[in-house]
Write a new protein. Structure first.
Ligand code: PLP
Length: 352
């Protein structure tokens, strides 16, 4: 604490990201990274950028990337906003679209960056409890609000809503923006981008960090009607004209165009997720049904903190959240088959 800090900064409680330790041989299943690495076409495009004139600024409009995302979703580039990771896209959405007179609505258990942005941008939030099975209860969002924000699939539960449920929510909520954070949508869910033509208040946020294995590059995007995108651009251009560098623009665009690699690696993760869920079930865990690249599970007899510490001693990292209702759960990212096998073998020795 410094006496030079503004009052605002004194009252912030910043987000704590998952650890990134540099330990040889670590089985890292704590931050939902994708073990298969990015598309070779993305790597090549980035290598080419190294000799493309880095003394020049990148395209502030990031048009090549917006067009590649637009092509993938059959939407015009004018409906695409891009940012330095979807965290930045969400931050701009808070400022551009959620700073309203009424409180926004969010699930009580969700991505823990949302409350951090609420504080940073002075956005009031009413947290709507998840149901008994940790499902988002969209019926409870039918009330006055300054915006609605949820992750689908939700994090850290992995549970996913169907498109029809989101359609119903939008049909009944015409006066504020609905933001669907689809960081994990490519592992089995159905994207709400399909509803962008029908609703001018829908913003879908996605990332290249998970399904496209580019967490280190920092590329996220939002898809929505032009007026919403323009609001985001106004914030972005009042903050940083060049949030995406030349590598991110070229690598992100090439990744969006490589359908085969994308589908192949997502399918592998989905298959491993199902094997991992079964393996955990056999070892005494209750596993929530997940459509993400992680599973959320609790052991019937073993404490979650003790389990995560015992795994850590065996060089295996998983994520635990000290939060009511979920403090007995572990969030385990889906790694390769080998990594998941190592996790299950370690659990055999820990839980017997
Ligand atoms: C639900 C959710 N949204 C957004 C993000 C941010 O992703 P990124 O900033 O890497 O695009 C994450 C990252 O873990 C997430 O879990």
């Amino acid at each position: 604490m410094s006496r030079y800090w503004s009052e605002k900064v004194r009252n912030l409680s910043p987000y704590t990201p998952g650890e990134q330790p540099k330990i040889e041989g670590l089985v890292k299943l704590n931050t939902n990274e994708n073990p298969y690495g990015p598309s070779p076409r993305a790597l090549k495009a980035m290598q080419e950028q190294a000799t493309s004139g880095l003394c020049l600024y990148p395209d502030p409009e990031c048009l090549e990337l917006k067009e590649a995302i637009g092509r993938y979703y059959d939407q015009p580039a004018s409906r695409v906003f891009v940012g330095n990771g979807s965290d930045e896209v969400l931050a701009h959405a808070f400022q551009a679209l959620l700073q309203q007179r009424r409180p926004i609505l969010c699930p009580d258990i969700s991505y823990s960056f949302y409350p951090v942005y609420c504080r940073l941008y002075d956005v009031d939030c009413i947290q709507i409890p998840l149901g008994d099975n940790f499902e988002i209860q969209l019926g409870k969002y039918a009330r006055e609000n300054g915006g609605i924000l949820f992750a689908n699939p939700n994090a850290p539960t992995g549970r996913c809503l169907e498109l029809g449920q989101i359609d119903s929510l939008l049909r009944g909520n015409r006066n504020s923006v609905v933001i669907v954070d689809e960081a994990y949508i490519d592992f089995g869910g159905e994207s709400a981008v399909a509803l962008v033509d029908d609703y001018d208040n829908l913003l879908v946020v996605q990332t290249l960090s998970k399904s496209r294995a580019l967490a280190g590059l920092r590329v996220g995007f939002a898809l929505g009607r032009e007026e919403l995108v323009e609001g985001l651009e106004r914030v972005k251009n009042s903050f940083n004209s060049y949030p995406l560098d030349k590598f991110a623009i070229a690598g992100g665009a090439a990744s969006m165009a490589d359908h085969n690699y994308f589908e192949e690696t997502c399918e592998k993760i989905v298959a491993t997720r199902e094997r991992l869920s079964t393996g955990l079930g056999v070892r005494g865990f209750e596993v929530l049904p997940s459509l993400a690249n992680f599973v959320f599970a609790r052991h019937r007899h073993h404490d979650a903190v003790a389990l995560s510490q015992a795994l850590r001693q065996k060089n295996i990292l998983v994520r635990h959240f000290l939060q009511p209702r979920i403090d007995q759960y572990l969030r385990i990212s889906v790694g390769t088959d080998d990594q998941c096998r190592m996790l299950l073998q370690a659990l055999d020795t820990i839980v017997g």
